[in-house]
Design a binder for this molecule. Structure first.
Ligand code: SF4
Length: 379
């Protein structure tokens, strides 16, 4: 049997646009029924390939705003089309206030077994500056109602670098999050992306200083570890056994299929991304335009690109790159290829080089700079 695949479904609907968001998430919700049918048609087109799947991830956008019935119909189609392994990880992203207890129960009953909830902060002031459509108490209630509905594998996102955020307010958000007894957390720095409202208004915000950000990162790491959630990827923490199997596919350069506008996939050695236009995607699923017309990116990485990609992605993981696996996949000896470049970073305490090559905590803080040096690109 070939290695099981991941399946990613993009749900491009949101209650409102957050000030910092540059995802494809603003599609008109009145298209949701048409969109569901398009997804189902597209997914069914894989039926004769008899592919095995062990992770399914509904991301967005806000999948729970699309509704539990729609999500369950699409998931049923995935079960009918692929051989989904019995222990598959089936996740949906969710934002507070977009799913009731009944909706969570329905999702649990139709096969979802993991939720990723976009909490971001437990400060109402910070949530409002981010333009989020929920309050701190909505976040708490959502986690509680998901647990009550039977979800025992819950991840929450927490953000640092938010305008007006202090080390103290981050510390409070962190404590609140950990008191909810979740199994996984992602902690990301707010990135100011061009073409967002926050970018346009950036001069009117007060962002935390670099020193404060460093303190938040360190505090996050220490408190998560204290709570029993180990860091397994540069921005991700989990209780043992609850690491995101779907996201691990991205970092391990394993393959996954993509469905929906702006969704990216990696299959048969080809990386591809669908158009950021829901109408065009629907036309493609209905056979009115070709696959090539529905894609905005398609490339087959060269052998050298594949080597760099594998190194760059797996160095995001705390366990780093398994050197024997690297040789198996790329045919190259990691030390022969990169030994000279790596040596000064090992000497400086930024990397460790044994059976695995990995960043230390100190190295993770400057990993972009080190990677751009080792792989010869602009970081
Ligand atoms: S909820 Fe997420 S996807 Fe939707 S607008 Fe906000 S940041 Fe973007």
């Amino acid at each position: 049997m070939n290695k099981p695949l991941g399946v990613y479904i993009h749900i491009p609907f949101c209650v409102k646009r957050c000030a910092y968001c540059d995802f494809y998430s603003g599609a008109d919700i009145s298209l949701s029924a048409e969109y569901k049918n398009a997804l189902i048609k597209h997914i069914r087109s894989y039926k004769d390939l008899h592919l095995t799947v062990d992770t399914v991830y509904f991301g967005g956008g806000t999948p729970t705003y699309f509704g539990a019935d729609g999500l369950c119909d699409v998931l049923k189609c995935i079960f009918d089309t692929f051989c989904v392994l019995p222990n598959a990880e089936i996740s949906a992203e969710c934002n507070p206030n977009t799913a009731s207890g009944d909706a969570f129960k329905k999702m649990r009953a139709c096969g979802f077994n993991r939720l990723s909830i976009g909490i971001q902060s437990f400060s109402d002031k910070e949530l409002s500056l981010l333009g989020r459509a929920h309050s701190a108490s909505d976040g708490i209630n959502t986690v509680r109602s998901a647990k009550k509905a039977g979800f025992d594998n819950i991840s929450c996102d927490l953000m640092f670098g938010i305008p007006s955020q202090s080390v103290h307010s981050f510390s409070q958000s962190l404590d609140r999050l950990l008191s909810l007894d979740i199994t996984h957390a992602s902690s990301y720095i707010l990135k100011l992306e061009e073409h967002t409202k926050m970018y346009a208004d950036r001069s009117s915000y007060t962002f935390p200083s670099e020193d404060d950000i460093c303190d938040m990162i360190q505090m996050c790491r220490e408190r998560m570890e204290h709570y029993g959630m180990h860091r397994y990827e540069i921005s991700n923490y989990a209780k043992s056994g609850y690491e995101s199997r779907h996201n691990l596919k991205y970092w391990s350069r394993d393959e996954y299929l993509a469905f929906g506008p702006s969704a990216s996939g990696f299959y048969n050695g080809v990386r591809y991304t669908f158009t950021h236009d829901i109408n065009k995607y629907i036309s493609f699923a209905n056979g009115k335009i070709s696959l090539d017309e529905a894609l905005c990116e398609k490339e087959t990485p060269s052998r050298n690109d594949a080597v760099s990609e594998y190194l760059m992605l797996s160095l995001r993981l705390v366990r780093g790159v398994d050197k024997s696996e690297f040789k198996k996949r790329t045919g190259k000896d990691l030390d022969c290829e990169y030994g000279d470049k790596i040596a000064p970073y090992v000497k400086g305490g930024f990397m460790e080089n044994g059976t695995h090559l990995r960043f230390t905590d100190k190295g993770f803080d400057v990993s972009n700079t080190i990677l751009s040096d080792i792989l010869d690109f602009d970081g």
